[in-house]
Design a protein around this ligand. Structure first.
Ligand SMILES: Cc1cc2nc3c(=O)[nH]c(=O)nc-3n(C[C@H](O)[C@H](O)[C@H](O)COP(=O)(O)OP(=O)(O)OC[C@H]3O[C@@H](n4cnc5c(N)ncnc54)[C@H](O)[C@@H]3O)c2cc1C
Ligand code: FES
Length: 299
């Protein structure tokens, strides 16, 4: 390993890759006040908010893969994964794509604006379990944001892993997230990064095509690999299937699922998929656990 990561974790931080126990009701239903300290426009439709706690708001350690419920006063509340470094829970970072009313309102927040935070909720990427293995991150679009905390942790203990590879698909070159950081990580941490776009624009001379087309180009030991996959559901399914074809056990491929959510603590049933509540049993699942359920939903 060479170089030093921005936001490197400190010794003894391994607890951070275990999910924080979800707050229990009624506390879990109560948004706490946080304030925007920085708002960054990432792409034409995606932005990052950095939040700091208002006096009295609890700061809870979070694990990579967990999400918060973000409440925009007078508009509504949405689940958004944490995209920042788990070593720094005092600043909550979320990266969001505008799709509807709440995400649009969040996108217009500026430094000093307030919003409510409940969480963190859900299961984590298997960062510790992956030690000693090759790690393959596969992501499409905004899916890079929920994976970024796992990348921070893996790269902060780079010597504990074999080959670390990120395969990333974006719609166009202009939609590539965290460009500068990916360049730095590639240079400093022996992170192998392969990017592809659906549609080449400008002077793009890189790969064109869906992210699964990158898989055969990457040498990894399928019997000694942990995969973490995040993106649109159809991309997750095809990626997991391709990895299985290459010999990666479905128990070693982890996926993050999205469902509509209300309570985020397993009470309302909005996020149910088969016997599981995505808010509580997920969002991160071993693919083996949800593969059949994901097929049924798409029929
Ligand atoms: C556990 C979890 C983690 C999430 N993490 C992130 C994250 O890190 N960043 C992020 O940008 N989003 C994330 N999402 C998705 C985010 O919660 C939704 O985009 C948001 O709830 C939409 O709310 P809205 O009021 O803006 O739009 P709505 O009015 O609810 O929806 C507007 C339109 O967008 C469609 N839509 C809703 N959700 C999605 C979606 N996920 N993808 C595509 N179209 C959608 C709806 O069908 C509708 O047509 C996550 C969802 C879950 C369940
Ligand atoms: S959101 Fe209520 S049960 Fe999951």
């Amino acid at each position: 390993m060479t170089g030093t990561a921005q936001g490197t974790t400190t010794p003894g931080e391994s607890e951070a890759s275990r999910p924080a126990p979800a707050p229990s009701p009624p506390d879990a239903m109560l948004p706490h006040p946080w304030r925007v300290c920085r708002a960054v426009k990432e792409t034409s439709d995606t932005f990052t908010l950095e939040l700091v706690p208002e006096p009295g708001a609890p700061v809870t350690p979070f694990a990579p893969g967990q999400f918060n419920m973000l409440h925009v006063p007078a508009v509504g509340e949405v689940p958004i994964s944490i995209s920042g470094d788990p070593a720094y829970p005092h600043t909550l970072i979320h990266t969001t794509r505008v799709v509807g009313a709440v995400t649009k309102a969040m996108g217009s927040l500026r430094r000093g604006d307030a919003l409510g935070v409940r969480g963190p909720f859900g299961t984590a990427w298997p960062v510790q379990e992956a030690e000693g293995n090759d790690v393959l991150f596969v992501t499409g679009g905004i899916g890079l944001a929920p994976l970024r905390p796992a990348l921070y942790q893996v790269l902060s203990r780079r010597d504990r892993y074999g080959r670390v590879v990120l395969l990333y698909g974006a719609r166009t070159p202009e939609d590539i997230l965290f460009r500068r950081q990916l360049r730095e990580w590639r240079a400093d941490f022996d992170l192998e990064v392969h990017v592809t776009v659906d549609r080449a624009t400008g002077d793009w001379r890189g790969n064109v095509g869906i992210v699964t087309t990158l898989i055969p180009r990457v040498p990894f030991d399928p019997y000694n690999t942990v995969a973490m996959i995040c993106g649109p559901e159809v991309m997750i399914r095809f990626t997991a299937m391709e990895l299985e074809r290459r010999g990666v056990d479905a128990e070693h491929a982890y996926v993050s699922l999205e469902r509509n959510m209300k309570c985020a603590i397993g009470l309302c049933g909005h996020c149910q998929i088969g016997p599981y509540f995505v808010c509580k049993d997920g969002p991160v699942f071993p693919y083996a656990k949800v593969a059949e359920l994901m097929k049924i939903r798409e029929v």
